[in-house]
Design a protein around this ligand. Sequence first.
Ligand code: NAP
Ligand code: FE
Length: 367
Amino acid sequence: MQAFSFRMPTKVIWGQGCIEQNKAELTSLGKKVLIVTGKKSAKLSGALDDVITSLASVNINYIVFDEVEENPSLETVAKGGRIAFAEKVEFIIGIGGGSPLDASKAIAALGTNNIEAKHLFTGKLSNPVLPIVSIPITAGTGSEVTQYAIITDHEMETKRNFSTGETFPTLAFLDAKYTKTLPYEVTVNTAIDFLSHALEGYLSRRSTPMSDALAKEVFSLFKGSYQALLDNEINLELREKLLYASMLAGVVISQTGTCMVHCLGYPLTYYSEIPHGRANGLVMTEFLRFNYEVAQAKVELFLDLVGANTIEGFDLLITSLLGERKKISDEMLEKYAYSAAQLPAIQFTPRIPTEKELLEVLKRSLS
Ligand code: NAP
Ligand code: FE
């Protein structure tokens, strides 16, 4: 068997009411916390109120930073970081979809390191990152169990990854009731995101026997959720399944990273404002076709486990979830192919694509 290592230091606490039931876990992290959220959904979902109630009952003081936008920018994390630093908070709680959860990791690093936010990408920090608690309220990114913070860098015109061995959340509370308020499109897009994590991790040059075991479970969970997702028959039981699958897929990429699909997805989001999970879904079929010859056995097992049998069958399945695709001009696609080719994660694709091949994949997916 191949040599591998597996490190996933986050303590995952799962179940209805898990924040209130496990609030004592927070007391060892400090007496003052910065809560990082998006503009509305942390409140709307009920998660923010539950956190505040639990913090009050264990005498932890809090400040709320609720300005994180979708695909958070360096400017936003810099602002949150300045608050964390100035207020001398001892830990960070992120509540949200991937955007606030990722922002909370960058803010945790800036809370102890008085540096320009763009210097985070060097990965060199003088002081330890503050402890992070993650509460996901979408079921897609798995950010609650990964070390990654995907931050938009407007100077570089792309999304970039900041991570260190310390940016894994210390604690993750997963309660699917907070995902009940998700709009249908976000539910579907985020489900496609976790499928993409499991698929890219499974085919990645960095895959391991343990990450593969989890990825296969995610494929089966996706198969079991597909029809209800398509029919918009989404009850709490399905939401639990989606949140669980999303977390498992997060553990997969915490070991393997993502590869070609996410590299292509980032420029689609940056330049064409396509939501993250949807952007991945748009290129997944062609990713399978492009890599089929070098990863045939794995691609076939993936197709079998998601209930598609063939790549054409998978295309029908994913297209039925994505709906109509907007065409993008060849001129724009050239820019996207260039941008994707610069990203380090492209090297983990089983068949490493050239910029020209990336353009072909984009054209087959979007023109
Ligand atoms: P998101 O950008 O966090 O949120 C999308 C939208 O959904 C926002 O308008 C948000 O509102 C709303 N929303 C979130 N939860 C809701 C709820 N429970 N009820 C109602 N509305 C809700 O979406 P996401 O897809 O979870 O995250 C995408 C980001 O994560 C991207 O930046 C992507 O690059 C990153 N990502 C990170 C990793 C990782 O490993 N760290 C992996 C994949 C993707 P508010 O703005 O009010 O919150
Ligand atoms: Fe993703």
